[in-house]
Design a protein. Structure first.
Lengths: 754, 596
């Protein structure tokens, strides 16, 4: 039935539900795809009933209104019914009619039968419904509406304004913030807080709008602090909006209103879980039966669907609301205890499996559950159960090292060590304290502070000696040796590692022995005892392969690459580093990955001179990764990297370098590994024949001159203002390039230098 | 670390950097003057959407509708035709885009792909648009030397190739080039990727559901992409040189939005389009990818040219309109005359592009295929330029290439020293003209169309007014051999004739797989028993002062040169003849004169 343009306008000239009832319509933020898809679905002749489903406050009504306006040309007539204010019409006009039924989830509306009748009454009627869950009418088509995408907050230490402002949830925040405060702008100062606010609110448009409105009261960082506790503090929506849209508490209460007491109890238990818990946990707390109902009602969301097993979260603000309710009902403690004990059980059960063939799988589970494990730890500490905390922390050693949760780990160790008796928990037994101090040393070393690490390990060693625990003593000694090596004291390292290795081997501790052997091999290599070091390293490699420990093997392979590179066998170095990268990638390693990426980049510069941008990207990625977990580059490596980067800056020019650097910073760990592995394998004869043919760098000439003057490494270091370690490295390079075996020969060679 | 970089610093490139061809930073800001863009929008030639909007809209309305029907000749007979529905294409575009994103490809990063006419190439083009990357399609015939130049010049971060295609080991060639291509981050291979240590396309792009990953949802549809440069079309030329045209979704869309003649290509909803050209050419990307999307229709293509299977495919897929160069149509005509197929759905044939269509072919095609023929003139800089209306004697006699599309301004004002009194440079301006061109080997930096000459762009073709409000294209840029380093054809021909054993001579360009377009001497010997040799002729020319770069690199001996009824050399015929003969294969007679 044709309708005149005028008529069409008149019919549309009715108040729209939603927050923007006057003034020109503003386009929706971040809903381009949904708008296009919805417009397309309404044009599908087979669609008679289309339901927009999604959590309350996600913007279903606005989207429906937008679609209705956009579909005006396609339909003879468009009618919008807000079921909160009006009843379902008994009949609809004839013709090609679009009937928008907003709010089919009203408490007292049983619309299903009515809608079915309406559809049956007009063969050309199309119904667009909105509701928290499907209507379950035969022939219904669904279009789920998800919250807006949020910026990544974990990955980048310093979020970039340009990048963050285009993320839809932030764009919406900015728009609404300007409504409340015309002077608002996203700047380097507030971008991190705004990004985190949007992430905390999980991109739910209504929550983002309410938060932005609060900017007239608080600056973003204050608002963030308040929201971190509970998002349900947000209120102050427009008075003419429906009650449930005026505060997040009201919104969440409304969302949960249809739950029966059993479902509600399950959901309250799940609310104490952090985002991303697995199906196994859901089953363990007995919530499996209500799983589908809760997902259907959008009270439980599936997150990170890409990775094999689904993971879940109770969305905000429902979670905050339920936690508040739980607290008021006095049920919090029980729920938290249940949560904590489940995670204690998980970590304890997993620990023995982290050493063997299932390492990859279980590290993955623990990484996904890491937020919840931390929550369990906090609960145990609040309860004053320090031994339980200590047990859990020591069990988290390996997973935290892999995940790069080093600062967090260090804080737990130090916190436990500091809490004296009198805070209700009592003193921890000495063996436990020894382990914690040792663990804190490991975390410190991984963070790039070997000096402090050595001191911590010494303290742990003293405790062990008193306890007479040989095995633990050897373990600690070995770790101290490793830290000494990082500190640039290879002979000290050798002195510690040698005996430790012997003890560990005699005790049959294959894994720890291989770890000590790898470190000792490194110490020997640095001191020029290549043959002996290589033997040790090969033994460690064999052991790791035998016990199938990917993480240990990856570390040993990196060391073996260093041996190969020193021997001028670039192919072997390349192979070893590639395998190391693959292994690290398979277990999701963070802590050790940067160093391997850097080694690979430096090797690449030697073996494939045409791959400079790739080397820059890898070094940048390593830098970003390390900053992500708060680590710093050990000094010995810094000198080498600095020199390589200076060369790269010069060769690539400023723009080229900056471009590649920016590309590298964007790389996620997996992508960084892929970036490295994509480098062409160097041609077998690339450069091998002539390390001697390479000219010395200016710095190396300087070092060579000083060597020929008879200065010791320490003196040279003092004179040039660089670390002794760096001098050792330079001298090794000089000797190799000049084909010398002793410092005297260097003096001769330098004499011929022009 | 001292270096902090955000996306903006790239534009601060110093001139030395620009000279090395750093495109992405420069291209981010390229736009026509605001009032021009506003006018194009007001006319409806440009829009605030991209082809992705079309894709998702149709995928929502009719998910099962075929978006692509692609024939793969090397597959078993019953699985030769691959149909990709709109829902599948939308999903693959999401997936490929998220895969690119995960590899670190962001807005402005060039992504090259040298693929046969497979649906993957279409999906990749769209995925590039989704992440804001610059798609750099490369013709399958380009060989290592040319590919290296393109990858080096564009600084492509990723290059996707088949393992082996038509006997050429693309994956190996790319692997060999890779160490010397500093900016190439990933080699991706369709087929056996492991052999060359490349990323496996099937495993990484097709089978990993990247679209469900945590970052994928952030890749929203963005209407501002409609005006961002997203496609780089390269045209190989002599030696190392090549030219590139840089298009936005809107310059491509202007080819379609301006089609107001319903009897012409038009914009009929749901039509099925066939193109015989490689999918990685601008003509095919426009005609069999963009156009079908814009009208909610289907694009049809085949990966190996064969006139018989082309006809079978057109019949099976219900093709409504088809485009091919004349040389393809003459083969189709012969195949159809040999064994007629029922082509009931076919309503329009388009012929032309870079070459003109012989009058005889124009006359014979409609009867044999049951649909009228329109000839078109086009160029990489603008897509389709002119189209005939199919009803004037001049058009039937191949004396007119038709009228420009609405909105496209065409100038044939004679310029000093170019052409004769009646022909002149063919210059264009309008919504479909690319926003920048770039001459690798000719000029250092991209030339921004709207920054120079008030938006006029010289296509390199020569034309004259046809007296009917349209134009007749007299000589295509390709005829000026070598495009950039102009080979002095007339001079060469003249000097060849001074050789005692040469009776007639013509110099025509051919595309060498390794080195791009090179000059070929086509010679009629004075005595058939004693023809001149190539080395001999080169020495002869060099002795008469011809520069080494211009010496012919190929010699073909013929009994006579094809000429039209006015006695003028039919170089177009010669060139397509050259393109179709292979070394060591008996030569047919060059395209005969119409009366032969």
């Amino acid at each position: 039935m044709p309708v005149s343009q005028q008529e069409r306008e008149r019919r549309h000239d009715r108040p729209q539900a939603g927050p923007e009832r006057f003034g020109p319509r503003r386009s929706l933020v971040g809903r381009e795809t949904e708008t296009v898809v919805l417009a397309g679905r309404l044009r599908d002749p087979s669609v008679r009933l289309l339901t927009l489903t999604g959590p309350a406050g996600v913007g279903k009504s606005r989207l429906a209104a937008e679609a209705a306006a956009g579909a005006a040309d396609f339909f003879d007539e468009v009618r919008c019914v807000d079921l909160a204010r009006e009843a379902l019409p008994d009949r609809v006009p004839d013709g090609h009619v679009l009937l928008v039924l907003d709010g089919c989830d009203q408490p007292d509306v049983p619309p299903v039968a009515g809608i079915g009748e309406l559809i049956a009454s007009n063969d050309h009627l199309v119904v667009l419904a909105t509701g928290q869950e499907p209507l379950r009418v035969y022939g219904e088509r669904l279009l789920p509406v998800a919250p807006l995408p949020v910026p990544e907050t974990a990955a980048a230490a310093e979020p970039d304004v340009q990048e963050v402002q285009d993320v839809p949830s932030v764009a919406l925040f900015i728009r609404r913030a300007r409504d409340a405060d015309p002077g608002f702008a996203l700047t380097a100062e507030n971008v991190a807080a705004v990004a985190e606010i949007c992430a905390l609110l999980e991109g739910l448009p209504l929550a983002v709008e309410l938060a932005a409105g609060r900017l007239r009261l608080f600056p973003p960082h204050v608002l963030l602090t308040r929201l971190r506790h509970r998002t349900t503090i947000l209120a102050g929506g427009p008075l003419d909006a429906p009650e449930r849209h005026r505060s997040l508490t009201a919104l969440a209460r409304w969302s949960c209103r249809q739950l029966d007491p059993g479902q509600r109890a399950h959901l309250e238990q799940l609310a104490v879980f952090e985002r991303g818990f697995g199906l196994a946990m859901l089953v363990r707390v007995g919530a499996e039966d209500v799983l589908e109902t809760l997902i259907d009602k959008n009270l439980l969301t599936v997150v990170d669907q890409e990775l094999g097993e689904p993971r879940f979260a109770v969305p905000e603000p429902v979670r905050s609301f339920l936690l508040t309710e739980l607290e008021q009902a006095g049920g919090t403690d029980a729920a938290l205890d249940r949560h904590a004990s489940e995670y204690q059980r998980l970590v304890t059960a997993t620990e023995p499996r982290l050493a063997g063939t299932e390492q990859e799988k279980w590290l993955g589970v623990l990484a996904a559950e890491s937020g919840n494990i931390s929550a369990a730890l906090r609960r145990l500490r609040a309860r004053g159960d320090r031994e339980a905390v200590a047990a859990l922390v020591t069990a988290c050693r390996q997973p935290w090292l892999v995940q790069g949760r080093l600062r967090e780990g260090l804080d737990w160790c130090d916190g436990l060590a500091e809490d004296g008796p009198g805070d209700g928990g009592g003193t921890l037994p000495e063996p436990v304290r020894a382990r914690l101090v040792d663990l804190s040393g490991t975390f410190t070393a991984a963070l790039g502070d070997p000096d402090m690490a050595v001191r911590r390990h010494r303290r742990a060693l003293a405790l062990c000696k008193r306890l007479g625990d040989r095995r633990q003593g050897a373990l600690v000694t070995a770790r101290m040796g490793r830290a000494l090596l990082l500190l640039g004291d290879p002979s000290g390292a050798q002195a510690a590692l040698g005996p430790a290795l012997a003890t560990l081997e005699s005790l049959g501790a294959a894994g720890p022995a291989a770890e000590a052997g790898t470190a000792l091999a490194g110490a020997l290599r640095v001191q020029g005892e290549t043959r002996k070091g290589k033997e040790l390293l090969d033994r460690a490699l064999d052991a790791y392969r035998r016990i199938r420990d990917p993480r240990g093997l990856a570390t040993a392979l990196r060391e073996s690459a260093a041996f190969a590179e020193d021997a001028g066998d670039l192919d072997a170095a390349d192979r070893a580093l590639r395998e190391s990268l693959r292994l690290y990638d398979s277990i999701g390693e963070r802590t050790e990955l940067p160093a391997t990426l850097e080694s690979f980049a430096l090797l690449l510069l030697r073996a494939s001179p045409g791959q400079q941008p790739r080397a820059v990207r890898l070094i940048a990625a390593a830098d970003a990764l390390r900053r992500g977990f708060g680590g710093k580059v050990p000094d010995e490596r810094w000198g080498v990297l600095e020199e390589a980067l200076a060369g790269l800056r010069e060769r690539l020019h400023w723009t080229g370098f900056a471009t590649a650097w920016a590309e590298g910073l964007r790389l996620a760990p997996g992508a960084a590994v892929a970036e490295a592995l994509a480098a062409a394998v160097p041609a077998p004869h690339a450069e091998q024949e002539s390390p001697a043919a390479q000219p010395l760098t200016p710095r190396q000439v300087q070092v060579a001159m000083l060597v020929s003057e008879g200065l010791t490494n320490r003196q040279i270091a003092g004179q040039l203002g660089i670390s002794e370690w760096t001098v050792v490295n330079h001298v090794r390079q000089v000797m190799r390039r000049l084909n010398c075996t002793s410092r005297v020969q260097v003096a001769w060679s330098v004499g011929r230098w022009p | 670390m001292a270096v902090t970089v955000n996306g903006r610093t790239e534009t601060a490139a110093d001139p030395a950097e620009q000279a090395t061809g750093h495109l992405s930073g420069l291209l981010a800001a390229v736009a026509p003057p605001e009032e021009v863009a506003a006018r194009f929008r007001a006319e409806g030639w440009w829009r605030d959407e991209t082809f992705l909007y079309d894709l998702y809209r149709t995928a929502a309305t009719d998910p099962g509708r075929p978006a692509i029907v692609s024939q793969r000749i090397h597959r078993p007979a019953d699985r030769r035709t691959v149909t990709v529905s709109y829902a599948q294409l939308a999903l693959y575009v999401d997936r490929f885009a998220a895969a690119l994103d995960r590899l670190g490809i962001g807005a402005g990063d060039p992504v090259a792909f040298q693929l046969p006419s497979w649906w993957e190439a279409a999906a990749l083009t769209l995925a590039c648009l989704r992440v804001g990357a610059l798609a750099v399609p490369v013709l399958p015939t380009v060989r290592a030397h040319g590919l290296e130049r393109i990858l080096e010049g564009s600084r492509a971060r990723i290059c996707v190739v088949p393992d082996v295609w038509e006997g050429f080991p693309h994956a190996q060639a790319l692997a060999d080039l890779a160490p010397a291509l500093p900016w190439l981050r990933h080699r991706v291979v369709i087929g056996d990727a492991a052999a060359t240590g490349a990323l496996d396309f099937a495993g990484y792009f097709q089978r990993t559901p990247h679209e469900r990953g945590p970052r994928a949802r952030r890749l929203g549809l963005r209407s501002d992409r409609a005006d961002r440069i997203s496609l780089m079309i390269t045209v190989m030329s002599l030696g190392d040189a090549y030219a590139a045209a840089l298009h936005t979704p809107n310059t491509l869309y202007a080819n379609i939005s301006t089609q107001r003649d319903p009897a012409g290509p038009g914009r009929r909803p749901g039509e099925v389009f066939y193109s015989a050209l490689p999918l990685t050419s601008l003509a095919s990307l426009l005609y069999s990818v963009c156009w079908p999307l814009a009208v909610g229709g289907t694009g049809v293509y085949q990966d190996v040219w064969d006139p018989g299977s082309c006809l079978d495919l057109m019949a099976a897929a219900g093709v409504n309109q088809a485009y091919a160069a004349p040389v393809y149509w003459s083969e189709v005509l012969a195949a159809q005359q040999h064994r007629p197929r029922e082509l009931g759905a076919l309503r329009l044939l388009l012929s032309g592009g870079r070459t003109s269509t012989p009058a005889q072919l124009l006359a014979d095609l409609p009867g044999a295929l049951g649909a009228p023929v329109r000839t078109v003139w086009g160029a990489p800089e603008l897509g389709m330029g002119t189209v005939t209306r199919g009803d004037t004697p001049a058009e039937r006699n191949a004396e007119s290439d038709g009228r420009p599309l609405p909105g496209l301004e065409v100038s044939v004002v004679p310029a000093e020293g170019v052409g004769d009194a009646r022909t002149s440079q063919l210059r264009v301006r309008g919504p479909s003209v690319c926003l920048a061109t770039w001459q690798r080997g000719g000029g250092p930096a991209p030339l921004i169309t709207w920054d120079r000459d008030e938006g006029w762009l010289d296509t390199g073709d020569l034309a004259k007014a046809d007296g009917l409000g349209g134009v007749q294209v007299m000589r295509r840029a390709g005829e000026r051999l070598g495009g950039i380093f102009l080979v002095p054809v007339a001079e060469l021909e003249e000097r060849l004739l001074t050789h005692p054993r040469v009776r007639e001579a013509a110099v025509v360009g051919y595309v060498d797989p390794e080195y791009g377009e090179m000059p070929c001497a086509v010679v009629v010997p004075t005595t058939e028993a004693e023809p001149p040799g190539l080395v001999e002729l080169r020495d002869h020319l060099a002795g008469r002062g011809v520069a080494a770069a211009f010496l012919p690199t190929r010699l073909e001996l013929v009994g006579s040169l094809p000429r039209d009824d006015r006695g003028e050399l039919r170089k177009e015929g010669l060139r397509s003849w050259l393109a179709r003969i292979r070394p060591g294969v008996p030569r047919p007679v060059p395209v005969p004169a119409p009366d032969a």
